[in-house]
Each structure stands twice: as C-alpha cells, then as structure tokens.
Design a protein around this ligand. Sequence first.
Ligand code: PEP
Ligand code: MN
Length: 329
Amino acid sequence: MLFILRNDSSTLMEKIKESSASYKFLDLYGKKLALVWPDEEAEKINDDSIEMKVKTRKPYILASNEWKKEPTKVNVKDVEIGGEKIVVAAGPCAVESEEQVETVAKAVKRAGASLLRGGAFKPRTSPYSFQGLGEGGLKILRKVSDEVGLPIVTEIMDARDLPLFKQYDIDMLQIGARNAQNFTLLKEVGKFGKPVLLKRGMANTVEEWLQSAEYLLSEGNGNVVLCERGIRTFEKATRFTLDIGGMVAAKMMTHLPMCADPSHPAGKRELVHSLALASVAAGADMLIIEVHPNPEKALSDSEQQLTPESFEVLMNRIKALANALGRSA
Ligand code: PEP
Ligand code: MN
C-alpha cells in the first residue's frame, strides 16, 4: 500500500516499526511517500501525517496512474519527454568510431532528432559478435554529444560500469530488452538517479514491464521512459512483433511517458518508416531509431539501420503526422 504523506513524521515511523509490516520511505515527484506492505498490516496503521492511503490490486503501484493522474514528463538535459512534442532519438546501433558517430549525429540533428543514441556496451546473442567499444564508446559519445549538442542515450548492461557512466556524464541510461528483468541492475540504476529508457523484455507482459519500472521508481528514480521494442511471437516476417496494442494498453495504466523503437521489431529497414509512423499514431511520446552513415558496413544490426537520407525523409513524415495529431516533432 502507498501512503501519501503530508509531512515527515517520527510517530508514523515508530508505528510502522512496531508493526510487522515491511516499509520504504521515499521522495518521488516532489511528494513524500511511504510504501508499506503487506496490505493487511498497512491497513492497521494510522497517523496524522498520512494524507491518503492508496491501495491497488495491481502488482505495481508507483508506476500506476491510480495515485498520480497527471502524465510524467522526463527531462534529459533540456529535452522534455512526455509533453506535446514527440522526441526522436537517433544514431547508430553501436558506436564504431568517432567519425561514424560524428557524421550521423550531425545528420540526425539537422533532420530534427533531439537525442543521440548509440551502444558502447552491446548485448549480442553470440559471444563472437562485435561486443561494442566499451569505455572507448562512451568517450566518443560524450565528445560528439558536446560538439553537436545532442544529449546521449546509451545502454548499460552491468552495474559495475556505473562509475564509467558517471565519469562520462551519460545523460540517459538505456536498460535493454535482455536486461529488462535484471533486478539487481534495475535497483542500481534506480539509485544512480539519471533518466532511464526502460525497454520491454521480449518475452514480458505489459504487467511485468511495469513491475520492472517499479524497481526503478521504488529506488526514488521517477525519470523513467518506457520503450516498446517488439516481443517474441510465432511471426517470422518481422524480427519481433511491435506490440502497438500493448503499448496503448500500457499508456492507459501508467503515468510514465512511452517510447517506441521501430528498428528492432522491423529487422529490415524497409519496414522502419511504417512502424515508426504507426507508433506515433498510437500515441508514442518518443521514438528511438537506428541510423548509420553506411548501414551495409555496420558491425551490428546492419539490415535495419536507416541511411541519414532515409531518416530525414522519415522525420518529415513524423512531423507531418504529429501536426495532424495536434502535436509536434
Ligand atoms: C539497442 O537498442 O541497440 C538494443 C540492443 O535494443 P534491445 O535491447 O531492444 O534489443
Ligand atoms: Mn541494435
């Protein structure tokens, strides 16, 4: 159960401690909160400092819009995600060289992207595939980001790398689909405090995805953007099945902003425009799109990356659609 508090209270703390309930106090979205469980114990606790008790049958509470009706806006430096403007992050699947990132960053910025994506730590299915440049990749991202003026979003695979993410002052941390239920990583990234792009696990239900978000929120980090990136189904015509329905349903269950990744479910660049536009039509607040200066030569996800020229065409289509929907891009 969630207690929304008026003020700090030592008597409430004492009462909770005397009970057999588990608890956690936290500050989130400018509110003082106490999570107290199980519900049977929480129900018995009363104190003047409690403004409201929120009980839910859902397995997540902080991520739900039952207590926080207004949509959350996440700021990555000066980029606001969850407002009327649809934010586009673009860049290569993996950081390969400074020249590659610089070329693509300038091109996507010119076309209208607001964030630069690119993986330094790559979760590859085969240990023999390109694993990313690691620290060298973060260094390149930081340098190009400062030069071009686009904040960075990049994946963290291992909590042991957090000091590097701090050192290179990474603006937004991506939790990849394969780590969406790596609960120790989620907790550590929650404590780290920087904005997070949380991908949906490829075999996770919407409810499980929101519980992963709950791990971040319950560490006091409310700057979370959910990202639908396709789930595993029997269908082989696409790499993954972009779950537009799941994305819409999730949006109705949470206050967190929603991102869609059209590149990974597409698997082929020919499909990326349509999946991106469908996501915008379905209400995505953000898109993350893979763009490479020479996709054929890419060291990872070569078939799904757009050329900068194709990305520019797509951006113009996204802007037109956003306008038709009363938004901007
Ligand atoms: C990526 O964004 O490059 C990536 C690996 O994404 P996902 O975790 O969704 O597969
Ligand atoms: Mn990729």
